[in-house]
Design a protein around this ligand. Sequence first.
Ligand SMILES: Cc1ncc(COP(=O)(O)O)c(C=O)c1O
Length: 489
Amino acid sequence: MPRRNAELDMSPEQFRELGHRLIDLAADHLRQIGSLPVSTTATPPEVRKAIRSDRGLPETGADPRALLEDAVRLLTQFSLFNGHPKFFGYITSSAAPMGALADLLAGVMNPNLGSWTLAPAATEIELQSVRWIAEFIGFPASCGGLLVSGGNMANFVGFLAARAAKAGWDVRTEGLQAERPRLISYVSKETHTWIQKATDLFGFGTNSIRWIPVDAQQRMQVEDLRKAIADDLARGHKPFLVVGTAGSVSTGAVDPLREIAAVSREHDLWFHVDGAYGAPAAAVVTEEDSLRALSLADSLAVDPHKWLYAPLEAGCALVRNPEHLRNAFSYRPPYYWLNEQVVNLVDYGPQNSRGFRALKVWLMLQQIGREGYIRTISEDIRLSRRFHDLMSRHPQFEPFTQHLSINTFRFVPADLRSGIGSDTVESELNTLNQQLLDRLVNSGETFLSHAVLDGRFALRACIVNFRTSEDDIDAMPDLILRHAGQLSR
Ligand SMILES: Cc1ncc(COP(=O)(O)O)c(C=O)c1O
């Protein structure tokens, strides 16, 4: 048969040759990642100049080998490397190399996981990955679930399942009409901004959120939750959803999930747990009974691209009863032709065509197994506690919090220590620590982020990084103080 000589196609030989070249370059990058600056110091105009962003769309093609080499060169020179051993910013993990290889294979095979027929092995791999994640964190393995782009989307899936299950009318058909009672969600003040996006995008409005106060450990105060529910019921509103956070975005705090589950049950509310970051620690943190109580949730979000070290993107939504996913998302338009004997993942979430995110998760879970993950996550927690202890012992630091693998602290120069708590000193400390963070991030030596705790600006380190060693942590006090010494006061 004559082959169509398609310009986008490659001969197998050319693909092999380019693939080998690309893997060589990627391996070189991984070898040197610890000696590169964590982040680029290039300005936006410099980055734009490097990628020649003023170029128009190319009219004609170019040599693929040169294109790939150029892409590697640009990305090596002008990126932030969250895989660097001293990257401690936000909640972004080092990505396991196995995940990168899996993404390459997923792209080659390119199954569409919207329907089982379009992706037989891939769908079963996704379903198995979801079950394994549930098993790992102690959520019932009989749950339904799917992989999505990340924590926001995984939480949206839980939110929408709750909406369909608890509204009390056919909300998918009728929507949120004025004559219906207002549907109210309850979250702690430390809850990630996904809840604002969810209530906003799905038409509830952010005024439908009740922000429940937290205690000194940033955990939801359950008595305030009870009061808020009672107030709303008295006003004729319809409480439908309570969110507990398992590892808050700022400090890693874990809400009292067991108590929240009890309140949800009492009032027949949907109990959703945002474990986007912290849920994997349920497999290891034996002393945190509260974290293990995530097993009581009706739905749960957990991000493989956070503490399971998958390359972006991979979030996971789990729903205790798979029927609730179908009830929230399923449609049967005439142009679908689905095998009804099997799971079609289009029924479980908002996406229609779906990529093969599961392959990386599936392969990584097998690469190191449950025990390997427990060891790796435990080591992140141990290093975070070590960081916290170092800050506690040092006279020029004030440690604040340490939960899971996040610690917060601030730099306090000796002459300001006695004034802590006074408005002027607090304001000066805030300014100093903001400037310090700026310096640190721009130094390329490390990458921290920040938290604001009762108005105090804190530096924040989150270790979801299998490349970080004890030496990296032990170097941090001197590294930070060296930059603090260069601040102009
Ligand atoms: C607790 C929590 N929930 C949700 C999210 C949102 O996750 P993503 O950025 O993957 O959408 C984050 C992100 O850091 C988070 O920490």
